[in-house]
Each structure stands twice: as C-alpha cells, then as structure tokens.
Design a protein around this ligand. Structure first.
Ligand SMILES: *Cc1c(COP(=O)(O)O)cnc(C)c1O
Length: 236
C-alpha cells in the first residue's frame, strides 16, 4: 500500500517539475531502483504500473528478472565488473555504468556471441568526486569515440551520479553540465552514437534533474523506503 502511495507522490512531483520546466512529463522515465528490496515490493510496484526497475548488482538483477514478469526493462545501474558481463548481458535492457574501453570490449564480445546489440550509457563523473566511478568530462569524447567502433554495442547517452547534498539545487550545475556535454558530443555526429538519453537524478534531486533534461530518473528510497546499508556502499 505504501509503495503505491510513494509512487503516486513521486510521479506527481516529477510531473510538476517537468511542467515547470516546459517539458512533457512523458519524456521522463521513472526507474524504480529496487536494489536490496524483497520481491513483494517489486511486485507491488509492478502492479502500480512500474515496468522499469534498476539494480546495481548482477546476481540480484538476474535472480529478480527470473522471478518477475518478462515485460520488465531491467536497468543495470551499478558498477559492472568484466567477469559479470556474460551473466547480465541478455537480462539487462540498458547498462548505465560503462566507464572504460575494457568493459565496453567485454560487452561487445558477449553481445556478439549472442547476436544482440547491447544499449549502454557512458557514466560521467561530472562533479569530479574521487569516490565515484565514471569517466572525467574531458575524457568522455575520446572514450566514446573508441567504444563507438565496437560491434554489438550502442551508445545511447550519458549517466551520472551527482553528489549527496542537502539542497538539491546544488546539483543543478552538474545536471546542466551533463546535458551540455551530451549536446557537444551529439554535435560531433559520431557514427553509432546517439546522445538522446540522459540518466540523472535520484531520490534527493530527481526534480532538478528532470528540469535539466533527464530522460530517466533513478529513484529508490523515495519509492521503496530506506535501505539498510550505509550510503557509502552506493556504487559497490
Ligand atoms: C541506489 C542508486 C540509486 C537510487 O538512490 P536513491 O537515493 O535511493 O533514490 C540511483 N542510482 C544509482 C546508480 C544507485 O546505485
């Protein structure tokens, strides 16, 4: 019951934020980040209309995908190790967290084995935080150019995890800079690369992210409640 209400409130706030910014709310996909949460909670969200779920661990994503309806789009949002690529490749709809050529090469190899094209986002560390994964903004274009040549991989856009802040307005500058970076790179017309999809915004700042051009926001706590491990484990 609570999940349905939380969802309603997040959807409402998202809609208001989009409208304020002159955006069509339907352009922003709400990804329900269900990591560490039990299946019954995902089922409740599914019944309330959620079809996009985000997980940050391969094993958990795969186990949940096997038990949940097949029309769900599973988003791999956490740091991905190369040896786990083969496990997740045919389960994930989109991998949000690619930040190295070596990882992209592994994805390319496994995608080709299965005859599929894996959609990926490039994770960018826009705030330059040492604790975060992601390529530095000034290295993004070079990385994208090298990945773009790989078969079986389609770069659809960029992703970022903004800093934890008290006031979400503090992150507006980072969402703007991810957007600007995507516009710059789009302008280079690199083959095999579209920059239309920005993954940014979490429970604390999704409204600001939506106003600044997010194509999807990743909301966990705001839908499912607090997780029982510390915030420092976020990208592990
Ligand atoms: C956990 C996680 C989220 C969701 O965080 P909340 O603050 O609970 O909304 C979003 N993105 C990534 C990459 C995460 O790991």
């Amino acid at each position: 019951m609570m999940i349905r209400e939380n969802l309603e409130s997040v959807r409402e706030r998202l809609k208001t934020a989009c409208t304020e910014a002159g955006r069509n709310p339907e352009e922003v996909t709400l990804i329900a980040v269900s990591k560490t949460k039990p299946l019954w909670m995902l089922e409740e969200a599914y019944e309330a209309g959620v079809r996009d779920f985000g997980e940050n661990k391969v094993q958990e994503l795969v186990e949940k995908a096997e038990k949940m309806p097949s029309d769900i789009r599973w988003h791999m949002i956490g740091h991905l190790q190369r040896n786990k690529v083969k496990t997740v490749i045919d389960k994930a709809y989109l991998i949000h967290s690619v930040d190295s050529l070596r990882l992209a090469e592994e994805i390319s190899k496994e995608a080709q084995k299965r005859g599929l094209v894996m959609k990926i986002l490039i994770e960018v560390n826009v705030a330059g935080e040492e604790s975060k994964f992601g390529v530095a903004p000034d290295g993004a274009e070079e990385l994208i150019r090298s990945i773009a040549d790989l078969p079986g991989v389609l770069i659809c856009g960029l992703m970022t995890i903004a800093p934890f802040v008290e006031n979400p307005e503090e992150n507006r500058v980072f969402f703007k800079s991810l957007k600007n970076l995507s516009v710059d790179i789009k302008g280079k017309n690199i083959d095999n690369v579209t920059m239309d999809f920005l993954s940014m915004g979490m429970t604390g700042d999704y409204e600001v992210a939506a106003q600044e051009g997010a194509a999807c926001v990743r909301v966990g706590t705001g839908i499912f409640g607090e997780r029982s491990y510390p915030i420092s484990d976020l990208s592990v």
